[in-house]
Design a protein around this ligand. Structure first.
Ligand code: PEP
Length: 250
């Protein structure tokens, strides 16, 4: 399966920074397009930077873009929300949902993530549904139970045509410089694949990304691990060189 290398830009930078970063990625990718044979490239800027990224990628389909969240509601009186349909209208292809930062700082529950994923699928967006255990849960031997429960309650009902992506992101690895070992990643990703098989006939086709301090120097090992179908990258996605080095490692 072709890997997906996805950048989560979080709440960083200005419109000019977003424009410059995506231009840098495109300029460095164009002479080195062999990398696109083994991976798809996705960037997820903040909502307000999406139009600039859309403009900068125009005509260059190799760099796809998406958002970091969407509303749980279709449209109407939901002040401050950005709907999945609006993201589609802005040419987004993907939307990250249930990132641990949204679960932690915005109180998002599995039920909310599930609702958002349903809205995303209705608008023909591919949801990237994030799951992952905290350090405390791992120390208590609960990592598997927590991740399975998150999946069971965050996954939307799926038909044979729906496309989804799962990101396994151990919370203790996000932005900390610590990563799961290749063996732990293999174990958790295989477990996730097994759970997905209970929700869709297409479990083998669902990309399961690893996220958590993925960098150029650890990407090759993680991306070569069984059932790791790409990466969701935070910090290292803000530098074109690092982000593309991870893509090359795929
Ligand atoms: C993330 O927030 O999705 C992430 C993986 O961040 P980082 O790569 O910085 O750990």
């Amino acid at each position: 399966m072709k890997k997906l290398i996805a950048g989560n830009w979080k709440t960083n930078g200005s419109v000019d920074d977003a424009r410059a970063l995506v231009a840098d990625i495109i300029n460095k990718l164009e002479p080195d397009e062999a990398v696109l044979e083994s991976c798809d490239i996705l960037v997820c800027p903040p909502f307000l930077h999406i139009p600039a990224v859309r403009h900068a990628t125009h005509g260059y389909v190799a760099v796809q873009f998406g958002a970091q969240d969407c509303s749980a509601y279709e449209s109407g009186a939901y002040t401050g929300d950005v709907s999945a349909a609006m993201l589609k209208d802005s040419s987004c292809s993907y939307v990250i949902l249930g990132h641990s930062e949204r679960r932690q700082y915005h109180g998002e529950t599995n039920a909310v993530v599930q609702q958002k994923a349903e809205r995303a699928l209705e608008s023909d967006l591919i949801p990237i549904i994030c799951v992952g255990e905290t350090e405390e849960e791992r120390e208590q031997g609960k990592a598997e139970e927590v991740v399975i429960a998150q999946l069971q309650h965050s996954l939307p009902p799926l038909n044979d045509f729906h496309q989804i992506v799962i990101a396994y992101e151990p919370v203790w690895a996000i932005g900390t410089g610590k990563t799961a070992s290749a063996e732990d990643a293999r174990h958790m990703h295989t477990l996730i694949r097994g759970e997905l098989a209970k929700h869709t006939k297409n479990a083998e086709k669902v990309r399961i990304l690893y996220g958590g301090s993925m960098k150029p120097d650890n990407a090759a090992e993680l991306l070569a691990t069984e059932n790791v179908d790409g990466g969701l990258i935070g910090g290292a996605s803000l530098k074109a060189d690092q982000f593309l080095a991870i893509a090359r490692a795929a």
